[in-house]
Design a protein around this ligand. Structure first.
Ligand SMILES: *Cc1c(COP(=O)(O)O)cnc(C)c1O
Length: 440
């Protein structure tokens, strides 16, 4: 498969090149030259397929020929190991729990898949240093996804004092090939240090730098898999319904997850509607209503992994629909909720259905409550994180003491290790060079 830039000013690249580059030179996004359609026989077999086999079938054309078939099978067997249960919350509403991975958030899927791809590409050359800035969740998913992967060093920059206790533990206690660096500055400062590093000719000469942010095709595409899997499980539970009577509601920030669902639909997955569910950072719901796309600075909310004012994957969705607003509107419905509505939903669903939502999933749940009566379908909302990841908020809302799942408990008693630098590029550059010498 070849990948072109949505801005069309950069050359087409192979999967391998697109993964290593991350972003085309013209600042567009990589997009597959064609989206393969899966045959009816695939959808007949789907409900009984094991997750790794399903992943292999869905992804094989996107990664060929750079990743050989047996290699992709091995990667899928390693990546898709945790369960993704579809849980009935109330009549006609299901939760797809994407939080049973090592960091209890859906980003584990993409981060693990990308790490295995990069490893496959790195073994023959010099070691790769993955540099990533995080405001919390990306750092933990990337650190755990790349942990122990040979020939890859990971350096995570985070704002000192700017991430939650649980988040910090998830990327500062791992050791091995994971290095955490606290920056005396904000998340934006971390991000601009990363950008500077990528454009620094001296570093480029000395080491092979790569990024692992959410626009990388190797993080983006594997997210398709769980939409297929969800439909298969839903089909078993709702076998008397027509195959397409389904709406999937996606809690969205940078819109990589929703863009992956829409690619799955393009491959033939019979999902009639998607909902773009956001918090008060509602650029996309506003666009779907008014046709005007105007990114703005983000505002802080209780669903903080979705505090994005300028969603960086949205051009992929426009690309899929040929930049036609009406075409997007026919498939994608917009929804947003504020913190008070989220808190009320978490409280009510716990009382009524005995189900604890996390703040992100709660927004997608509310979106289904609004739309399902008019759409005449059943609905699945994606539960993108375990509610205990937001323990403080959840305990306040429910007046309880939510238990941490095993995966998160495991981080509690390990010593934190992190370097500390000023918001200064020379300090970062020295640290990277020194690390590179140690590994050479
Ligand atoms: C990253 C994240 C999102 C947003 O996903 P996008 O693909 O950026 O739209 C939603 N919920 C949680 C818990 C997240 O960590």
């Amino acid at each position: 498969m070849k990948y072109y830039s949505t801005n069309r000013q950069s050359p087409e690249l192979s999967f391998k090149e697109a993964v290593i580059k991350g972003l085309p030179l013209d600042k567009g996004l990589f997009f597959p030259e064609r989206v393969p359609e899966l045959p009816p026989s695939f959808f007949e077999a789907l409900p009984d397929m094991e997750l790794p086999e399903l992943a292999f079938q869905v992804l094989k054309e996107f990664t060929a020929p750079d990743i050989a078939a047996d290699q992709l099978r091995a990667i899928c067997n390693e990546v898709f190991t945790f369960p993704i249960p579809l849980v009935k919350v109330e009549k006609g509403i299901y939760s797809l729990e994407l939080f049973h991975g090592p960091t209890c958030a859906f980003k584990d899927v993409g981060a693990r898949f990308m790490s295995r791809c990069l490893q496959a590409f790195a073994t023959k050359g010099k070691p790769v240093t993955v540099l990533v800035a995080t405001s919390g969740d990306t750092g933990s998913a990337v650190a755990n996804g790349f942990l122990g992967v040979e020939n890859i060093e990971v350096v995570i920059l985070y704002p000192k004092g700017g991430v939650s206790e649980i988040q910090e533990m998830q990327f500062t206690t791992l050791g091995q090939n994971i290095r955490a660096v606290a920056v005396e500055g904000t998340f934006d400062d971390c991000q601009s240090l990363v950008k500077q590093a990528f454009s620094d000719p001296e570093l480029a000469k000395e080491m092979q730098l790569s990024s692992a942010n959410s626009i990388n095709v190797a993080r983006w595409l594997p997210q398709m898999v769980y939409y297929f899997y969800a439909w298969g499980q839903w089909k078993k539970l709702e076998h008397t319904r027509p195959a397409e009577e389904l709406t999937i509601s996606v809690p969205s920030g940078n819109f990589g997850n929703l863009a992956a669902g829409l690619i799955a639909r393009k491959m033939g997955l019979p999902i009639t509607y998607f909902i773009a569910a956001t918090n008060r950072n509602k650029v996309v719901p506003d666009y779907l209503e008014s046709g005007v796309y105007s990114p703005v600075p983000s505002v802080a909310t209780i669903a903080n992994a979705m505090d994005v004012g300028s969603p960086n994957n949205f051009p992929r969705i426009q690309e899929m629909f040929g930049n036609n607003l009406e075409a997007i509107q026919q498939v994608v419905k917009g929804f947003w909720a504020d913190d008070e509505e989220v808190k009320a939903a978490i409280k009510e669903t716990e009382a009524k259905d005995d189900y604890v939502l996390d703040p992100h999933g709660a927004i997608a749940y509310l979106a289904l409550k609004k739309y399902l009566p008019a759409l005449h379908t059943t609905g699945i909302f994606l539960e993108t994180a375990h509610p205990a990841k937001f323990k403080q908020s959840i305990d306040e809302i429910l007046g309880g003491d939510i238990a941490l799942p095993e995966q998160l408990q495991a981080f509690l008693n390990r010593p934190k290790q992190s370097a500390s630098i000023k918001n200064d590029f020379t300090m970062l550059s020295d640290l990277l060079k020194e690390q590179n010498k140690v590994n050479a």
